[in-house]
Write a protein that binds this ligand. Structure first.
Ligand SMILES: Cc1cc2nc3c(=O)[nH]c(=O)nc-3n(C[C@H](O)[C@H](O)[C@H](O)COP(=O)(O)OP(=O)(O)OC[C@H]3O[C@@H](n4cnc5c(N)ncnc54)[C@H](O)[C@@H]3O)c2cc1C
Length: 290
């Protein structure tokens, strides 16, 4: 690996100033260091952001939601009691690599690496997560869903730092689930992934639905056809089947060494249906799907 300069600031202002000068942020380094070592990224100056207290804090928000520091390790995030209300986030974080990787890897790094296959992103999109961002012009907030430009590239400016992922409080009668398919049980990249989120009224009618897909487009995407079909209905096996078929139509996969486009669409169909069934089981209204 080529030599690089290394800084470890303790304030956001210092980090942003370094980024504006061309440095790149490092959280756990499980993507960045691998890319630098393999010569896929040339970085002359690395800024470790883990010593900035705000970037590793879990903070309750005034609306009842929580803010998760962008550089907090998945292991620490998963162990935090405030995350117990967001099982889909903990579960999807726990899919990243191995325990050793999770001890380093952050949810912010997973988002900023912008891989279409990133496992934490569909659940974040489903739960309506916002990204808190700091840059030379100050702070701003964007929906996580709007952050992705293309594989490996977010819409953050080079001088901007992701501070935190902010989750709204989970509404009553809502449930989320992320499922992925990998040929190996772990330490593998999703061939396809599907996250689902349902909110129901007192009668069990779906009032809001979100379906977010991984590894089937240049960026993580929503599945609007499937979402629209679910709203206004009481979930049944037939409805979840239909939603799976529509999600497969929403997908825009390519064929590569890990799977053909057709195989990925079939995976989306099955994973979406199963993730939706899991949401129904969380409501205590199981729907029997294959
Ligand atoms: C063996 C192995 C297995 C893996 N398995 C999986 C898996 O199953 N699923 C999966 O989704 N991923 C997997 N990954 C990829 C990786 O572990 C995750 O994407 C992880 O969440 C990255 O987090 P990090 O903190 O290590 O990011 P880093 O490597 O530190 O950073 C990643 C990118 O984000 C940028 N960045 C980091 N923090 C910020 C910030 N605060 N603001 C702006 N930009 C920032 C960096 O500059 C870099 O471009 C695996 C990696 C390895 C090595």
């Amino acid at each position: 690996m080529k030599e690089f300069e290394f800084s470890a600031p303790t304030t956001i202002a210092e980090a942003v100033a370094l980024l504006a000068g061309g440095a790149r942020p490092l959280a756990g380094g499980t993507d960045l260091i691998v890319q630098m070592r393999e010569g896929r990224r040339a970085v002359g100056h690395v800024v470790d952001v883990k010593r900035i207290p705000e970037l590793t804090a879990v903070t309750p928000m005034p609306d009842g939601g929580i803010s998760i520091g962008a550089a907090l390790s998945v292991t620490r995030m998963a162990a935090h009691p405030a995350l117990a209300r967001y099982p889909a986030i903990v579960e999807s974080g726990r899919m990243i690599g191995s325990y050793q990787i999770q001890n380093r890897a952050s949810i912010g790094g997973n988002v900023c690496n912008a891989a279409p296959s990133a496992d934490a992103i569909p659940a974040l999109i489903c739960l309506g997560a916002q990204a808190a961002i700091a840059g030379p012009q100050g702070r701003r907030t964007e929906p996580v869903e709007a952050l992705f430009e293309r594989p490996g590239r977010t819409r953050l400016a080079e001088s901007e730092l992701l501070l935190a992922i902010v989750l709204p409080p989970p509404p009553a009668r809502s449930a989320a689930k992320y499922l992925r398919f990998t040929p190996r049980r772990e330490m593998d990249i999703a061939v396809a992934g599907a996250g689902t989120w349902l909110r129901r009224d007192e009668r069990g009618v779906v009032t809001e639905a979100r379906v977010a897909l991984a590894s089937v487009a240049p960026t993580p995407i929503r599945a609007p056809l499937a979402e629209r079909r679910l709203v206004g209905e009481i979930p049944s096996a037939a409805l979840l089947d239909e939603a799976g078929i529509l999600a497969a139509q929403d997908a825009r996969p390519i064929s590569d060494t890990r799977g053909s486009a057709g195989y990925r669409q079939e995976l989306v169909r099955v994973l979406t249906r199963r993730a939706l069934a899991d949401c129904c089981a969380q409501f205590g209204s199981p729907v029997d799907v294959a």
